[in-house]
Design a protein around this ligand. Structure first.
Ligand code: CA
Length: 230
């Protein structure tokens, strides 16, 4: 794997060049593909450490490219798109994106998210701790990064997994939006709590939560979330 290479799949030259300069200023190498076809070719030939993926591309939809890349491996993929509907973000995360950044974006925030995604990847590879968290029918094995509810596997993205770990390590406590953001992303995101809400909605859906009758996580309106202690 090219440990220092970041692949930028983006057809808007202004944005791709801005990203390239920002990325190279941090010591990574950047390669640009302006179509899904070139993006997949570079992904296969270079095996980059991380991918920044636009969705609106001239020869196809970035969502298809995302799915293709996921078939190949677990390389972190951050979607960078102007599509700002919550359903579109959830669809991209469900398809295997590690994170989602809405255009226009702050370069420093995007760089921070790249660092976090690369760190998650490194954590996933080393997986030092053999900790196992349980609550009711929910089991979260930190070592193997597997989650089950009532014995059935739940497939989480790296950020959803981190979010669940933060919640399960603090049972019964009200966790503020800001606390959770800092634990999961390492910094407060610039879009208020929108990104957190999207990931939380996706996590709850995967855990089979019903809003009317939450089993694991309650919303503390205007404050944050609470993991229900046994
Ligand atoms: Ca585009």
């Amino acid at each position: 794997m090219a440990h220092d290479e970041i692949l930028i799949v983006e057809d808007d030259r202004t944005i791709s060049q801005l990203l390239q300069v920002a990325i190279e200023s941090k010591g990574y190498r950047a390669k640009i593909a302006d179509t899904t076809r070139k993006g997949m070719a570079l992904f296969r030939s270079d095996n980059p450490a991380l991918v920044l993926l636009d969705l609106g591309l001239p020869d196809g939809d970035g969502m298809h490219l995302l799915a293709q890349m996921r078939l190949v491996g677990k390389t972190p993929i951050i979607v960078v798109s102007a599509r700002d509907q919550e359903e579109q973000k959830i669809a991209a995360l469900d398809a295997g994106a590690d994170d989602y950044v809405t255009k226009p974006f702050s370069t420093s925030e995007l760089l921070a998210r790249i660092r976090v995604a690369l760190r998650h990847q490194a954590d996933a590879v080393s997986a030092a701790s053999a900790e196992k968290l349980t609550a009711g029918g929910l089991v979260c094995d930190i070592d193997s990064r597997t989650v089950t509810t009532d014995g059935a596997p739940v497939h989480l993205t790296p950020i959803e997994f981190k979010l669940l770990v933060v919640l399960m390590r603090n049972p019964g406590k009200v966790l503020t939006h800001r606390f959770i953001q800092e634990e999961v992303w390492g910094y407060p995101t610039s879009d208020g709590y929108q990104t957190l809400r999207v990931f939380m909605a996706s996590l709850r859906r995967k855990l089979g939560e019903r809003a009317s009758e939450p089993r694991y996580v309650t919303t503390e309106i205007g404050v944050g979330y609470r993991f229900i202690a046994e």
